[in-house]
Design a protein around this ligand. Structure first.
Ligand code: ZN
Length: 471
């Protein structure tokens, strides 16, 4: 016979098991789609729903909200200020890495609170690991551009795992400084050379898996340009979760960093690729949620929106044709490179337009009217001046290679997608959440609020005042 006390305990245990509530999550996944506004996510969701019958995994998460992203000195934030708020619960000024806006104090990031509570910690990004969004979780700096200092700070907090893009300026901007990879190695980090080596990381050791070492590239190659045997952000997240798994659980931040970079290029097809790649990482977290629903928390959000993407364009009025984007076979970067090389080697206008047709479908599978042909013609002339350094391409072309810029932007507009800027915008960004604590995090109203809600879940306490680490 069970005693009344035993019955009460087992009833509570059953309730916790079935509701997934009132239990501190063991596995916390914090996904940040850099530059991922609602339009980037909705476009990717609809594109894949049309194409494959299934869209983004996180699109249907049961808890959702919106957060304000403004910095202390601007409605429009950069990734450093937005990341600082998401990592520390304290807003700061643009350009600042986890310090207050007056730079008087270093702010304590969630990764360190998680460590203190016994979690293992991991930081993963599709772009450079010492770029602003990952850096706010392990470093402090007055300037986000101090890449070498940020790279040297990498081992300081003893974070268990770093994975993704290579370190920028590992020997300083001029070269010749002590190597940041060697610094990490000296401080106990293993640096595997391949995904399979990364998988074999012995339990308990610290690891830095860098695409610079594994693939000899700075960042994870954009999905649209990626050879099939290259790892995705999902592959890296899966291995990271396996390496970090332990009886006390882990806190993992995963950044889809190139959603921002491709949005800066107003390159809608590449944005879809990067947002989908980011979702592959979320799907790895969902595997944990499916096994341990009461012990897993998944948060998917963004630091800000980039590009002013809108799902509607003047060229298309009320129509949309997202599948037109499947004609694009390479990123803006790769197409620009091809156009520059063609012009440098003396190719004709017709040959350049053939490259555009091959890689965007414009003038081939995607029909052009006379006005559009004239627009591409003008962009070609501007590209000649750009490549031969006889003229500035101007703001219309984002000061980049005009013909490639115009082609990817025109294809996007013909798919029914508009862009307003080459920079970030001030609009709020979405939160999607599922699992233990999902409701609490979805109620956050701004990026600093969200970090404070996560802090409460990790520690059980409210984050009071400014979380300074004394220098
Ligand atoms: Zn950006």
């Amino acid at each position: 016979m069970k005693t009344a006390k035993q019955l009460l305990i087992s009833t509570i245990a059953v309730l916790i098991f079935f509701t997934g509530y009132a239990q501190k999550p063991k596995y916390i996944f914090f996904f940040i789609g850099d530059g991922m506004g609602i339009a980037q996510a909705q476009l990717t969701n609809q594109y894949y729903t049309e194409k494959e019958g299934a869209g983004l995994s996180f699109w249907k998460f049961p808890y959702r909200g919106f957060i304000a992203t403004d910095a202390t000195n601007s409605y429009i934030t950069c990734s450093a200020a937005a990341g600082t708020a998401l990592a520390t619960g304290q807003k700061t000024s643009n350009g600042t890495i986890s310090m207050t806006s007056d730079h008087s104090c270093d702010l304590k990031p969630l990764t360190i609170y998680a460590q203190e509570m016994g979690y293992k910690t991991g930081i993963i990004s599709s772009v450079n690991i010492n770029h602003a969004t990952p850096a706010v979780f392990f470093a402090h700096n007055e300037k986000r551009g101090n890449y070498y200092e940020l790279a040297m700070d990498l081992p300081n907090y003893g974070i268990d795992l770093f994975a993704g893009g290579g370190l920028l300026s590992p020997q300083g901007s001029e070269g010749g400084m002590p190597c940041a990879y060697e610094n990490a190695q000296k401080k106990g980090y293993q640096i595997p050379n391949s995904l399979s080596e990364f998988k074999k990381t012995p339990k308990g050791s610290k690891v830095l898996f860098s695409s610079k070492k594994a693939l000899d590239s700075d960042i994870l190659t954009y999905r649209i340009d990626r050879p099939e045997d290259y790892p995705s952000l999902g592959d890296i997240t899966a291995v990271s979760a396996q390496v970090l798994d332990n009886p006390k659980g882990f806190f993992m931040m995963v950044e889809g960093g190139a959603i921002d970079w491709t949005s800066h290029d107003n390159d809608a097809a590449a944005v879809i690729g990067e947002t989908y790649d980011f979702d592959l990482a979320v799907r790895e977290a969902i595997k944990f949620y499916e096994k341990f629903p009461a012990q897993t928390l998944i948060i998917v959000t963004a630091d800000h929106e980039t590009g002013g993407m809108a799902l509607g364009s003047t060229r298309m009025s009320y129509a949309s044709d997202y599948q037109a984007l499947s004609n694009q076979k390479a990123s803006y970067n790769a197409i620009a490179d091809k156009i520059s090389k063609a012009i440098e080697s003396g190719s004709s206008k017709e040959q350049c337009m053939a490259i555009i047709a091959d890689f965007t479908g414009l003038g081939a599978a995607v029909e052009l009217n006379e006005a559009e042909k004239a627009e591409l013609g003008a962009a070609y002339e501007a590209s000649l001046a750009f490549v031969n350094k006889t003229g500035e391409p101007g703001r219309e072309y984002g000061r980049s290679n005009p013909l490639a810029v115009k082609a990817v932007k025109m294809l996007a507009e013909k798919a029914g997608i508009g862009w307003t800027t080459w920079s970030h915008t001030a609009v709020q960004v979405p939160i999607f959440a599922i699992g233990a604590g999902a409701q609490e995090v979805s109620m956050a109203q701004s990026n600093d609020d969200l970090a404070r809600a996560i802090h409460k879940i990790i520690t059980g306490n409210n984050l009071e005042g400014v979380p300074c680490i004394k220098k």
